[in-house]
Design a protein. Structure first.
Lengths: 432, 432
C-alpha cells in the first residue's frame, strides 16, 4: 500500500508546481556505487558521496509485462514509469492490447503545465518517446517524431520543448518537422550557442543527426545535458501552473551495452551535473519535485572480477576520450603514441601497446576499441555478463514536496501512479 | 548528516527495549531481486513481494578501510556494522592498529540487555565473531571460540546465547568449552529437539561440527534458522532491560562464492523465515527494532546473461537438494536416474544427462556438482563474474522504533553508530 500524502502532510509546507523526472538509463546499483568508487580512489575511512547519494529514498522493481520476457527493455520500463502500466518490451506507451496509454506528461499538459523532454540519445528514442508519444514499436522513430508534432491536446501541441539528438528523424525528404514546428511558433536550434541564447519556451533543439556525442568526446558546439536542463528550466519556469520536464541520461545504458566503463562514467557525470542543476533549481524554487531513477541495469557490470577485492578506477579516470573515439582517430591514421599521450594519462606496458597495434592492423574499429576496453577492464577488475539488461531493482532518488511517496520498495508503475495523483491533486490510496 | 531521532519523534510512540540485527551474508540487490523473481515465475502485471520488500528503507555502502583492497570481506564489513569503524579485510572488531573496538553487543550488555548470536555457519565465523569477539585474523576460530567464554564484562559472560555450527572449535583436545559453559550455568544442546525444549536463556547450541547443512539439504534433527531465532527470542525476552540478538543467514554468501544459485535461494528462504519470525515478534511486542541488511554482495551474480532478457527460475525451484548434495549421493554409488527422479522435478535432455554421467566418471565431487550447476545456470540465464565479493551498495530493511534512522543512503558504519546511540539513549547528530 502506498498512501499518497497530500501537501500539508509532507515535510515541505509548500505546494507543488513543477515536476522534473529524470532517468539515468541503465543506471543500476552497480553503476551508482562504481561512480562513488571513482570519487574515492584512495583507501579511506570517510567516503566522498555522489550528488545522488543524499537523495536516495528507495528502490523500484523493473519487470515488464511481456508474454515471453521478464527482464525489461527501455521501452517497457519507460512506459511503466510514464503511464503506470506494465507492457511488452518494445512498446511505447501502448498496452499489450496495443491501446494508447495516457502519460504523466499528458496529464501535466491537461492540468495546464508547460512540458519538455530532453535526452542525449535521439529524442525519439524509447525512453523519451514513452513520455511524449505512443507507438507499438520503439523502432518507428520517424512515426514517433511525427507524433511529437501531430498529437494534440485540445488542439494544441502537448510538448513545448524538445532537446536532444535525432535530427534525421525530423528533417527528412518526406517531411521537415523542423519547419512545421517553426511555423507553429517554435524556435529550432542545432548548436550550443543557440541554446544558451534561447528564451522561447516553444523550442525544438536537435544537436546531432542521431545520438549526441558522449560527454568526454563532445565538441564544444554541442551542449551538455546540464546546459540543456538549465535552458529548459529557465524557459519553462514562467507559468503559474508550472511545468513537467523529463530528462534522460540516455547513454549510460549504451556504455553498458558496449561494455565500455569509460563511457559509462562519462555519461553518469553528464547526468549528475544535470541532476545538480535540477536539485539547485528545486532548492531555490521550493515548489518543485525532482525524481531521479533508472529504468533497469545494463551489461551485468560488477564491481570486482575474478576473485579480486579491488576495483581500481584509476585507469578509467586516465582516459580523456572513450575507447571508441581513440579507435576512430587511429583508423584515420593518427600515430598511436601521439594518441596515447594526448588522450590518456596512463603508462602502457609493451604488451598492451602491442595488442593495440595488432588491432589497428585489422582496420576494424570495434577491434581497436575492444583492445582498449580489454586493457581498461583488466586493470580495473571490471567485468560484464551480458550485452543486454539485467533484472535487479534500481535506486530511486527524490527531493521536494511529496518526496515521501517515493520511499521504500516501489514497483516502477507506482512512480507514475503517484505522479498522476500528485499532478491531479487527488488524495488516494494505491494498492499494490 | 543523520539526525538520531529520539523515541518521541519516531512513528511508533513506544520505547525501545529489544534490538534484532540480521545480516543476510552476501545478500545484495541482485539476490533480493532474484528471490522475488523466484516468487513470480509467470509473466505478470502485479508482482508478489518478498517478506523483506515492505521494510526496505535504504542502502548502505560496504567499502572496507584496507591498505590494499577496496571491496570488503565479511570480517571488515561485520566489524563496521558491529563497531562503527571501518577496518582491514580479515579483522574481527579490531582497527588497523589492531586495537579492540567496542561492539554494539557489548554496549547492549553494558546497558543491562541479554545478548545472543545465531548463525548457520560456524558461530565462530567472521560475521558473528565481529559482534561477540575481537581478533586480528578471522581464521583464528579456536581463539574466537575461547574468547566467547573468556571475555567478560564486569566479571560476567557477555554473550548469553550462542546458536550455530562449529562444534569442533568448542569441543577440542586442548579445551572443551561446552563443559566450561555448562559449569557456568549454560545449557549445551546439539540437536533440534533439544532446542525446541530449551527454556534456559544461557544457551550454547552447536548443531554441526562445522557449518549447518543448507536448508534444502538439512536433516530433520538440525534446526532451521527460524527455529533458532524463535527459541532465542523466547529465551531472551524475559528481562525488563530487553535483549540484543544478532542473526546471520551465513550461507547465502557461500552459495554465491560457489556459484550455486540453488543454494543461494535455499539460504535466502531460511533467512526470510527467520526474518518473518523477528518481524512477527516485533509487531506484537512493539518495543523491538529489527534491522536486516547484507554485508556485501557475492559472486557477481546477475539476473540475465549473454543477451537474454529472461531469467527463468523454474529449474531452480525444481531442485529439491543442492547440486553438492546430489554430487555426494552419486559419488556414494546412487543411480543417476533414481537421483534425478527423487530430487528434481526437471526433464533433462540427453545431452544434459550425458554431461552428468561424464562428470560422475571422474569421481570428483566438484566436477559432478559443476555439471549440475552448468545445467541450471544455462537454463535460467544465471551468470557469475567472481568467486569473491562485489562492491555495490546493499539494501537496508528496518521495522520498529527508530527505524527512520536507517533510511536513505548510509555508510555501513552509520548503522552501528545509530545503534550505539539508540542503545545508550542519547540524542545526537552524526556527521558523515
Amino acid at each position: 500500500m502506498i498512501t499518497i500524502l497530500n501537501n500539508s502532510q509532507t515535510s515541505k509546507k509548500t505546494f507543488l508546481r513543477n515536476i522534473i523526472f529524470m532517468i539515468g538509463d541503465g543506471m543500476g546499483v552497480s553503476y551508482t556505487s562504481a561512480y562513488r568508487y571513482m570519487k574515492n580512489q584512495d583507501p579511506f575511512e570517510q567516503v566522498k558521496r555522489t550528488s545522488f547519494d543524499p537523495y536516495l529514498v528507495g528502490q523500484q522493481m523493473t519487470y515488464p509485462n511481456d508474454p515471453f520476457l521478464n527482464i525489461t527493455d527501455s521501452a517497457a520500463a519507460a512506459t511503466a514509469l510514464a503511464t503506470g502500466v506494465k507492457t511488452y518490451n518494445g512498446a511505447i506507451s501502448v498496452n499489450r492490447e496495443l491501446k494508447k496509454l495516457r502519460t504523466i506528461l499528458e496529464a501535466a499538459k491537461e492540468n495546464g503545465k508547460l512540458t519538455g523532454i530532453i535526452a542525449t540519445s535521439e529524442i525519439t528514442h524509447a525512453t523519451p518517446a514513452a513520455f511524449g508519444s505512443h507507438n507499438t514499436d520503439r523502432n518507428n522513430m520517424n512515426e514517433i517524431a511525427n507524433s511529437y508534432f501531430d498529437e494534440r491536446m485540445n488542439g494544441k501541441h502537448k510538448i513545448d520543448l524538445l532537446l536532444g539528438g535525432g535530427e534525421e528523424f525530423f528533417v527528412r525528404k518526406d517531411r521537415d518537422l523542423s519547419k512545421e514546428f517553426m511555423n507553429d511558433g517554435y524556435s529550432y536550434i542545432t548548436n550550443r550557442s543557440e541554446l544558451l541564447k534561447n528564451k522561447n519556451h516553444k523550442l525544438l533543439g536537435l544537436f546531432a543527426k542521431r545520438e549526441i556525442p558522449k560527454m568526454i568526446d563532445r565538441p564544444k558546439n554541442i551542449p551538455s545535458l546540464e546546459e540543456m536542463a538549465h535552458t529548459a528550466i529557465q524557459c519553462l519556469n514562467q507559468h503559474s501552473n508550472g511545468f513537467f520536464l523529463f530528462i534522460e541520461g540516455s547513454q549510460i545504458d549504451w556504455g553498458g551495452h558496449n561494455h565500455d566503463i569509460v563511457s559509462v562514467m562519462s555519461e553518469i557525470t553528464d547526468f549528475e551535473k544535470a541532476f545538480n542543476c535540477a536539485i539547485n533549481f528545486a532548492r531555490t524554487d521550493e515548489h518543485t519535485l525532482v525524481i531521479a531513477t533508472a529504468d533497469h541495469s545494463t551489461g551485468g557490470f560488477t564491481i570486482g572480477a575474478n576473485g579480486h577485492y579491488y576495483w581500481n578506477s584509476e585507469t578509467i579516470g586516465a582516459f580523456k576520450r572513450t575507447p571508441g573515439y581513440l579507435a576512430n582517430e587511429l583508423l584515420l591514421g593518427a600515430n598511436l603514441n601521439d594518441i596515447l599521450l594526448k588522450y590518456t594519462d596512463c603508462l602502457f606496458t609493451s604488451d598492451e601497446v602491442k595488442n593495440i597495434e595488432e588491432a589497428i592492423q585489422t582496420y576494424k574499429p570495434e577491434k581497436i576499441e575492444n583492445a582498449f576496453k580489454t586493457i581498461i577492464d583488466k586493470r580495473t577488475n571490471t567485468i560484464w555478463t551480458t550485452d543486454g539488461h539485467t533484472g535487479e531493482d534500481v535506486p530511486i532518488y527524490a527531493y521536494g514536496p511529496y518526496k515521501e511517496n517515493f520511499a521504500g520498495l516501489l514497483d516502477n508503475t507506482d512512480i507514475a501512479k503517484c505522479l498522476f495523483e500528485i499532478i491531479e491533486r487527488k488524495q488516494v490510496i494505491l494498492a499494490h
